[in-house]
Design a protein around this ligand. Structure first.
Ligand code: NDP
Length: 282
């Protein structure tokens, strides 16, 4: 294998450890960081993510509470819960686990969260601040990806960066963060012509598509940094990314594994945002 592995587990562990002292300081002052997680319905993948967030909070001494709501909860009840959490001084971060059931408008719900408690960085106020370069909560997955790229020691400035995927939670904010670091950024999506050719230009390639092992070696420039955001389950239950790891690792310079790449960083960044929020509110 040619590529060096970017060990997301190790980078995330380091980030979590760096938070401990800050959490202790807040707790000693009677203001332990607090995260409220709202889970609507019984999507199994969402359940796994929520459990993992709760465990990480417990391990770090971050107060957390979970609000598991039935899938048919009326819109008004969810809005009222968000209002209550917005007003609760124990809570510094509110996370609304997506996706929501079809009868609920995710944008409307996210907008109801107080931007000062929006530790996912999805509120339009925080998105707007991120775009114009003001201080804000950065969305956890793209912010985690930035740390993984930094881990290679390669400067983003002036590099060809290609992001495959343009969702509001990964692809779009990823492109903005790369641009903020002076990358030359191209964003691809399902209507991009000559995707393979565009990807092959990338010095830094971020795949956030949700299609198992779609990015094969033919999409990758030799020596490129390849970051795999995808989490896909194959028919036999195996967890794979959007990148075909075995073939791409023969071509790329750096690559993140799945699992153990971006996933742990997302949760560590959520913890960091919650601590930052508590520090701002103390
Ligand atoms: P979405 O489904 O919201 O977005 C997928 C994007 O990929 C869309 O912009 C879509 O284009 C594009 N796309 C789909 N098919 C193709 C194709 N054949 N060629 C080019 N582009 C394509 O997904 P998310 O952004 O929410 O998530 C992406 C992946 O990342 C998923 O596997 C998800 O599970 C994972 N994920 C992982 C996280 C982590 O912590 N590691 C966190 C969040 C997500 P269009 O806009 O035109 O439809």
């Amino acid at each position: 294998m040619k590529a060096q592995i970017i060990d997301g587990k190790a980078v995330a562990a380091r980030l979590r450890e760096s938070l401990r002292e800050r959490i202790t300081r807040l707790t000693e002052k009677g203001n332990p960081p607090g995260l409220a997680v709202i889970l609507v319905g019984d999507d199994p993948a969402s359940r796994v993510y929520v459990n993992s967030k709760r465990k990480t909070c417990a391990a770090l001494g971050i107060y957390s509470e979970e609000h598991a709501l039935p899938g048919d909860i009326p819109e008004q009840a969810l809005l009222e819960l968000i209002d209550r959490l917005n007003a609760d001084p124990k809570i510094h971060g509110i996370l609304l686990q997506l996706p929501l059931p079809a009868h609920l408008d995710a944008d409307k719900m996210l907008e109801r969260i107080d931007p000062a408690k929006d530790v996912d960085g999805f509120h339009p106020v925080n998105v707007g601040k991120m775009v114009i370069g003001l201080e804000s909560f950065l969305p956890c997955t793209p912010a985690g990806v930035m740390e993984l790229i930094k881990e290679t020691g390669i400067s983003i400035s002036g590099k060809e960066c290609v992001v495959v995927g343009r969702s509001n939670i990964v692809g779009k904010p990823q492109a903005i963060l790369l641009l903020r670091e002076h990358g030359t950024v191209t964003v691809c999506h399902s209507r991009t012509a000559n995707l393979q050719e565009v990807c092959r230009r990338a010095d830094i390639l971020v795949a956030a598509v949700g299609k198992a092992e779609m990015i094969t070696a033919d999409y990758v420039k030799p020596g490129a940094v390849v970051i795999d955001v995808g989490i896909n389950r194959t028919a036999d239950g195996k967890l794979v990314g959007d990148v075909h790891f075995a073939s791409v690792a023969e071509v790329a310079g750096w690559i993140t594994p799945v699992p153990g790449g971006v996933g742990p960083m997302t949760i560590a960044k959520l913890m960091e945002n919650t601590v930052i929020s508590a520090e701002r509110m103390k």
